[in-house]
Write a protein that binds this ligand. Structure first.
Ligand SMILES: Nc1nc2c(c(=O)[nH]1)N[C@H]1C(S)=C(S)[C@@H](COP(=O)(O)OP(=O)(O)OC[C@H]3O[C@@H](n4cnc5c(=O)[nH]c(N)nc54)[C@H](O)[C@@H]3O)O[C@H]1N2
Ligand SMILES: Nc1nc2c(c(=O)[nH]1)N[C@H]1C(S)=C(S)[C@@H](COP(=O)(O)OP(=O)(O)OC[C@H]3O[C@@H](n4cnc5c(=O)[nH]c(N)nc54)[C@H](O)[C@@H]3O)O[C@H]1N2
Ligand code: SF4
Ligand SMILES: [Mo]
Length: 744
């Protein structure tokens, strides 16, 4: 085994290392065990699932194969530098690479101001990295220009949750609560592919799946006696109001519990009641395409359940009205008395591995650690105190993710960008514009362990450790703080993201102790910084995390730190993991987090998407995920077994729609939106709506679904409209040869 950091070596034992999957927010538990060492090189790690409440000993195909990338020949082990634009990347030493980056950042800062350097982070980063990255931007660079890929993920649900409840935590209850639910509405979520072990927590007979496609999740519901509602993309808001209307007129809201709940625990019902009154079933049917009879069945199934949950996913959220759409579903949940009632609730299925923690520690443009607002004077003072800087030195809120990408290399925008943990050259909306902007930068720096499509565009690439080679903490979709543990030493030559930030900060004139390379002191500081904030980690002491991984934020410091009264205080409760839960597994049981303790109903109106089908672009295109690939595919496209099962871009089309375009199953189709065209293999799906096509966004270049997507933003969350663009479908004559502009 090569020389490694002490922590990495100590963590690996003969019995294996207990850690969690690197990919999604379910954070399935696994054990990594070294297989018999080969003659040359380190032993490969084998993955075995571990019993844990979220995955109960299960893993999906991505989890099973996750260790295969660790010793991939495509691993980056040397910094790469491009001497001039257009020159190839060449190998460089760490000192050369870091000196170059820090030197250029410093010059830009002096010549063009602090905001000329920008940072793009990720919900895949550990809490420690997310925290350090936010601090690095505000303190070492002094820039306001930092945002992250979580803006593209659950930001609409976060904004709606904050408005309604005064606090945003994806699931305000443990996933095991879903086991006993009598009705679960999944709005625009396809966990059968995106979080397969989560399916074990649902009784299919009690599922109501809302998706324009008959996904594997919808099929499971139908096979088990549940329901599938198949609305047109972008109509979920009206559908929610339609369901509320039915519940209202059919008397479902008049139970003692519901009447008392609305009176005692909420404000604003009357306005919402009036909004819903206008969405009678036939009107809802005309707009959404969901039959009035199905609406009534769904409303009755939901309203009759003694314990029920409404869960939203990206299908409902990634719209230019994502916040209002989620608000409409929360309104329905509040009308039924679900949030904060034991055994029931509303939640958002957070996506990335640390999508939850990543949204709390300050890599969002308007945020400081502890889920504090950067423009709140008290928050600035507290955080500036922890950081040892003057409150007025902290920048204001910067641009949101798309606005930041869109401004890169323009006269008003940043001239340099540091990307850590994201691949926007594939995953950003209107991606060819994003690539053009990345190319226009004076300096693009990418920290990654692979040559992602974004790294290919970079001037400097910094090779970093992978999940099994580093330690830190992650916060899963339940708000549960988990340990990521190192199972083996990294390949020689790579550094951790924290070491990268340390190296840059020191070169930018900060002192070494402000940016520790070791995660333990960073977590310690994070706990102090978060104390008293919404996402309070003060009591998440390392020894408590080790004791059973059942610590949920907010978790007060029992040694006399902060207590969050807004959440009803810490709760002790078994959540199915055997360990006793600490902190707040269930939020809102006594009060919501608004000062008066009440949840807010929010009156919302349906509005159209930023663009709608017309004669030239007659179809809705929506986008999403397939089982084998993760996000931009940078990682999973490099795992042979996953690539073999899911080799390339495809478009799901109703057979009649395909025929009209002259396409048969397997043909190469050209899909054209107002922003560009892509090529994909036709997959005829008879259960799909004839007016809708679907593309996975995991593929780059000429098959990149994001060449089609519309960066129309939600006015509050600044979420782009990934889930709806108007397109037309054509035969790709010439055997699928791409035009130059398609083959970017
Ligand atoms: N295999 C796999 N799993 C993943 C990921 C991955 O990339 N691959 N990524 C992780 C991350 S970061 C995330 S955010 C989660 C996302 O998890 P999900 O939200 O489950 O994923 P998506 O496939 O983006 O969207 C879900 C569904 O929304 C539907 N949909 C599209 N438009 C609409 C609409 O207008 N209304 C409604 N109701 N539905 C619509 C799509 O057909 C799709 O089936 O998955 C996580 N897990
Ligand atoms: N059309 C369409 N577009 C979408 C979506 C959609 O549904 N439709 N979904 C959106 C959503 S929900 C999301 S979350 C985004 C995600 O999209 P991206 O932000 O592009 O996510 P990944 O593909 O996971 O990219 C992570 C990159 O960072 C690297 N990496 C992983 N872990 C680390 C780490 O710890 N440190 C460093 N330095 N690098 C690391 C990986 O190798 C990879 O290159 O895509 C969004 N884009
Ligand atoms: S469901 Fe998510 S966390 Fe679990 S194994 Fe699959 S990718 Fe990993
Ligand atoms: Mo996501």
């Amino acid at each position: 085994m090569p020389e490694a950091t002490g922590a990495a070596v100590r963590a690996a034992t003969a019995t294996g290392t207990a850690t969690h999957c690197p990919y999604c927010a379910l954070q399935c538990a696994m054990t990594l065990t070294p297989e018999a060492a080969a003659e040359s090189g380190p032993a490969r790690l084998s993955v075995t699932p571990r019993e844990f409440p979220t995955n109960r000993g299960g893993l999906c195909q991505k989890g099973w194969t996750s260790a295969q990338l660790l010793d991939s020949p495509e691993r980056l082990t040397t910094p790469l530098v491009r001497d001039t634009k257009g020159a190839p990347l060449r190998e460089a030493s760490w000192d050369e690479a870091l000196d170059l980056v820090a030197g250029r950042f410093r010059v830009l800062r002096e010549e063009r101001g602090a905001d000329s350097v920008a940072v793009f982070g990720s919900g895949g980063l550990t809490n420690e990295k997310a925290y350090a990255l936010g601090k690095f931007a505000r303190v070492a660079l002094g820039t306001s220009q930092i945002d992250y890929n979580g803006r593209f993920c659950m930001s609409s649900a976060a904004a709606a949750g904050n408005k309604a409840f005064g606090l945003d935590r994806g699931l305000p209850f443990p996933v095991t609560d879903l086991d006993d639910s009598e009705a679960v509405v999944l709005v625009g979520a396809n966990p059968a592919e995106t979080m397969p072990p989560l399916m074990g927590h649902f009784d299919p007979a009690r599922l109501i799946v809302v998706d324009p496609r008959r996904t594997a999740t919808a099929q499971a519901a139908l096979d088990g006696g549940g329901l599938h509602l198949q609305p047109a993309p972008g109509t979920d808001l009206a559908l929610a109001l339609g369901l509320l209307h039915v519940a209202l007129v059919e008397g479902h809201l008049d139970t003692l519990h519901r009447v008392a709940y609305r009176a005692e625990r909420t404000v604003g019902w009357e306005d919402v009641r009036q909004c819903a009154a206008r969405w009678w079933p036939e009107r809802t049917e005309r707009l959404t395409g969901v039959a009035a009879a199905d609406l009534r069945r769904a409303a009755a199934a939901l309203a009759r359940a003694r314990r029920a949950h409404i869960l939203t996913g990206r299908g409902a959220e990634q719209h230019s009205k994502g916040v209002d759409t989620v608000s409409a579903w929360i309104d329905l949940a509040l009308a039924l008395g679900l949030p904060g009632t034991p055994g029931s609730g509303y939640g958002c299925l957070t996506g990335q591995g640390n999508g939850q923690g990543g949204r709390e520690h300050g890599q969002k443009a308007d945020q400081l650690p502890g889920y504090r607002h950067i423009e709140d004077p008290a928050a600035r003072e507290h955080i500036a105190g922890i950081w040892g800087v003057a409150p007025e030195s902290l920048p204001a809120a910067g641009r949101s993710a798309w606005e930041l990408l869109d401004a890169l290399g323009t006269p008003e925008g940043p001239a340099a960008l540091l990307v850590m943990g994201s691949n926007p050259a594939v995953s950003a909306p209107r991606v060819r514009r994003a690539v053009e902007r990345l190319r226009a930068l004076d300096l693009l720096v990418v920290a990654d362990f692979l040559r992602s499509e974004t790294a290919e565009l970079a001037d400097v690439v910094l090779p970093v450790t992978m999940w099994a080679e580093e330690s830190g903490t992650m916060t899963n979709l339940e708000g549960r703080v988990l340990r990521r543990r190192a199972a083996q030493a990294p390949p020689p030559g790579v550094r951790t993201d924290l070491e990268v930030l340390h190296g840059l900060a020191v070169r930018l004139g900060r002192s070494a102790h402000e940016f520790p390379a070791d995660p333990a002191p960073v977590f310690d500081e994070l706990r102090r910084a978060s104390a008293g904030g919404t996402a309070d980690y003060a009591g998440a002491a390392p020894e408590l995390l080790d004791a059973g991984e059942a610590v949920y934020w907010p978790v007060r410091d029992t040694t006399g730190g902060s207590v969050r009264e807004a959440t009803g205080g810490p709760e002790r409760d078994a959540t199915g993991g055997g360990a006793e839960a600490l902190g707040s597994p269930r939020l809102f049981l006594d009060r919501f987090a608004h000062p008066d303790g009440r949840a807010r109903f929010l009156p919302v109106e349906h509005r159209e998407a930023a663009e709608l089908p017309d004669a030239e672009h007659p179809l809705y295109a929506t986008t999403g995920r397939q089982l084998q690939h993760y996000q931009s595919g940078a990682q999973t496209r490099r795992v042979p077994e996953l690539l073999a099962a899911a080799p390339g871009p495809y478009v799901e089309v109703h057979p009649d729609t395909a025929r009209r375009a002259g396409l048969a199953d397997g043909d190469t189709a050209r899909i054209v939106s107002r922003r560009g065209a892509v090529l994909a293999r036709t997959r005829c799906v008879p259960s799909l709506r004839p007016d809708t096509v679907f593309l996975p966004f995991h593929f780059p270049g000429g098959g990149a679904a994001n060449a089609l997507t519309n960066p129309a933003l939600d006015p509050v969350s600044r979420m782009p409209e990934f889930k709806l663009s108007a397109v037309r479908l054509e035969r790709a004559d010439g055997g699928g040869v791409m035009s130059p502009e398609e083959a970017v």
